[in-house]
Design a protein around this ligand. Sequence first.
Ligand code: G3H
Ligand code: 13P
Ligand code: ZN
Length: 283
Amino acid sequence: MLVTGKQVLDQANQGGYAVGAFNVNNMEILQAVIAAAEQEKAPVIVQTSEGAIKYAGIKYLSSMVHLAAKEASVPVVLHLDHGTTYETIMQCIANGWTSVMIDGSHFALEENIAATKEIVKVAHACGVSVEAELGRLSGVEDQIAVSEKDALYTDPDEAVRFVKETGVDSLAIAIGTAHGKYKGEPKLDFDRLSEIKKLLDMPIVLHGSSGVPEDSIRKAVSLGVNKINIDTDVRQAFTDGIKAVFEKDPGQFDPRKICGPARDAMKAVVVGKIQMFGSANKA
Ligand code: G3H
Ligand code: 13P
Ligand code: ZN
């Protein structure tokens, strides 16, 4: 069943668990994510970046996810990840996305508030949920000095003002994660997360969650993270799955025998994440 982001994330907030949000670019990734969620009886968020929409086409993605959600035995959200323009966000709303992210995190606070407010007004009028981001995720190779943390990471008081003025349904925060592959081990600012959650009893989102150690993920969930974004770890499973096929059978040329095992490998990764996030059996 296709549902809104608010429906699954408000329940996750009440229940103290996190819903996995997996980036999808093609049919095999989508099928892997849905199969994993069904096996684990978990609500799931299928998210598409602007790059995914450019790659696969908005109608293809919309049709595939709507079909998958209609047939699925678990609640499925279709979410726009890192929406940067008003046009893209409106196109997603018009094409049946049930949740959108407006990423104004690179703007100054006032501009981020103004851009987010504008999206919330239209999206909510259409019954679509909105995620926004406050604070900046660092690069995977950056070593963040303590003095730099306050400039980059989400400020709890600003977060309160941001949510009050924009009316967003969920908030992505910067507490030490980064997009892509980490060089070392990421260190999360759990005190900051606790402070934000105490001030804002609402769904909190963690980006850049691939490669974050299991104990850190579990701790982040226990402290109030309710949506966890995963892309890199699924990409890696896809590629490793394909490489394994060619290692065993270099002459293979049937796409089904190449993509099928990759799809199985991605499903296994998604199952592991769902179990780690605590959303198994929450559908
Ligand atoms: O946070 C970004 C996601 O991993 C999407 O990446 O823009 O290459 O599709 P992408
Ligand atoms: P990773 O690729 O680091 O998992 O980040 C995914 C993400 O945050 C998508 O918005
Ligand atoms: Zn992200």
